[in-house]
Write a protein that binds this ligand. Structure first.
Ligand code: OGA
Ligand code: NI
Length: 363
């Protein structure tokens, strides 16, 4: 079984085509319904001056990898208090980042027939390829975005038939980006192993064959940014997510103390967040925070999310030493990671429902 083994329902036409054919028309199924006042996406103009955005922790990767105690402490606090941080000095060459951005921009500009050659809807029971990655039920409000999803690691699970052959060189650019993100991700897992009170390689080792998948999101401009979401509120199911944002289009928002806070891009940095697997392992000490992407009235936005997660056969449960040292009760059940992932993909759930269901005492 592949790790992303759940077909998405086909949706026609895709969002990029909708905007191209009529920029002012927004079909009913994309419009947000019954949304609380405080959750309404505000237009970017109102959120870009959000003072809290500057409080999102910034972690220096080069210090982490040299075992800098103060930086490890900052990482620990960031995962406890925010579940999110910006990562600078990661050492990934600009050309590698730019290669990914340029290739993706060209790919999404291709005619629909060309992109549909690797369409998710023709995929045999897998959720790889080009399409709408988050569609699970007919009734749900749809996200104002298209995506290209690919399995990256372990390399044996790559389905090369979904890897784009146009534009030329894009495949190689993805490959180069993937191996760099893996290197960075592994190093973060080593640091997290230390901050969780274990030997450096324990957490990474527990993943067995480390898995990673890539989702390139394309969020077209939207004439009613306060009525739709590019990506609806969700938490990521993996251990950590390493995200590259566009340098000059704001879109990502995270929930912090009940408020939606925009994550202002820092050029050439990554945004890293705690996923559900890490929340479970840490017994909730580290939090997999809800986040979403809002749309922009005039600009398209692309983002590149790499989800790093354990092998599907790995059983995850809160670490004994964390339960003992914190004196807290076990909050989450033991679960086979592949089973957890299937639950996540089968039902698109709002926000934090998946980890709620993983808690002891839930049915
Ligand atoms: C995701 C995600 C955020 C963004 O793909 O899971 O949360 O900024 N992306 O696009
Ligand atoms: Ni996400």
């Amino acid at each position: 079984m592949s790790s992303l083994d759940m077909a998405s329902l086909p949706v026609e036409p895709n969002v990029q085509e909708l905007v191209r054919s009529n920029p002012l028309k927004i079909p009913e199924k994309y419009l947000l319904k019954n949304i609380d006042q405080q959750d309404k996406p505000k237009s970017i103009a109102n959120t870009s001056h959000d003072f809290s955005s500057d409080d999102i922790p910034i972690i220096d990767f080069s210090l982490l990898s040299s075992g800098h105690a103060e930086e490890l402490n900052k990482l620990d606090l960031a995962c406890k208090e925010w579940g999110f941080f910006q990562l600078v000095n990661h050492g990934v060459a600009r050309e590698v980042l730019q290669g990914m951005k340029d290739g993706s921009a060209k790919f999404f500009e291709l005619p629909l027939e060309e992109k549909n050659k690797i369409s998710m809807s023709t995929a045999k029971g897998t959720r790889e390829g080009y399409g709408q990655a988050s569609v699970a039920t007919e009734e749900q409000t749809l996200d104002w975005s298209d995506a290209l999803v690919l399995n990256l690691y372990p390399s044996q699970i790559r389905n090369l038939e979904y890897w784009p052959t146009t534009p030329r060189g894009f495949k190689e650019a993805i490959e180069a980006y993937a191996s760099e993100v893996k290197r960075v991700g592994e190093e973060i897992l080593r640091s997290l192993s230390l901050t969780m009170g274990m030997e450096k390689d324990v957490l990474l080792g527990l993943h067995q064959d480390l898995a990673a998948a890539l989702r390139i999101n394309y969020i077209p401009p939207c004439s009613m940014p306060d009525k739709v979401l590019g990506l609806s509120a969700h938490a990521d199911a993996g251990t950590i997510t390493v995200l590259m944002q566009e340098d000059n289009v704001i879109g990502l928002q995270i929930r912090n103390q009940g408020q939606w806070v925009s994550v202002k891009p820092i050029p050439n940095s990554f945004v890293v967040n705690v996923g559900d697997a890490l929340e479970i392992w840490s017994n909730g000490k580290y939090k997999s925070i809800e986040h979403r992407a809002v749309t922009n009235e005039s600009k398209a936005r692309m983002s590149y999310a790499s989800f790093i997660f354990p092998h599907v056969d790995v059983e995850i449960e809160p670490f004994d030493h964390i339960l003992e040292s914190s004196g807290t009760i076990q909050m989450y059940k033991k679960v086979k990671y592949g089973d957890y992932l299937i639950q996540c993909l089968k039902r698109k759930m709002e926000g934090k429902e998946h980890t709620q269901n993983a808690k002891l005492g839930s049915t």
